[in-house]
Design a protein around this ligand. Sequence first.
Ligand SMILES: [Zn+2]
Length: 221
Amino acid sequence: MESAAPIQHRESPHEKSSGPLPPAFVDKNAPRSDHVDLKRIEKAVREILLAVGEDPDRDGLLETPARVSRMYAEMFAGLRHDPGRHLAKVFAENYDEIVLVRDISFCSMCEHHLLPFTGSAHIAYLPSGSVVGLSKLARLVDEVARRPQVQERMTQTIADLMEQRLKARGVAVVLEASHSCMTIRGIRKPGSLCLTSAVRGSFRDDPKSRAEVMDLINRPR
Ligand SMILES: [Zn+2]
């Protein structure tokens, strides 16, 4: 970036250390079990096939229940791990300006229809003495994505993890996604995009800082 006037973010509320700390982030989708009952999914898929009038014993469908059960285990793998683990390893670095990774593709599952929503995540943060490997941000997005959820909560989950595990002084997360529950069924509007954002710390408190990061996120590709 051609010397985008560095803003001093040293007045972040985290560094004033007066006032109470924000309540610890509670991950409502926190991993509960590391076991997926594949057989149970298989039975359920077979039931669905019967319910729609199909013959689950015909050739083409014979292995479908088992295949679908493995697919769900993969799509929901994020329920079995703490996505914040990717932020555990940091590197001490005396850099206190914006770090932004744009266009991290993801695929998640809408919890209302169990249909995928796919798109890109953009994550920016203001480090406080240490930075995280850039690929870890992509891993974080991947793991948070692999749960049944709504885009709004996914956005907040990523922002909260960044703020609390990384102790970032500012965090901005923007997600844009196409929801198949809107494009292939119901209202059927292909091309519609849903945008959500969550900002924390100085990106929320300081309008100049917020404008700077949103400008970087929206910079033409
Ligand atoms: Zn939906």
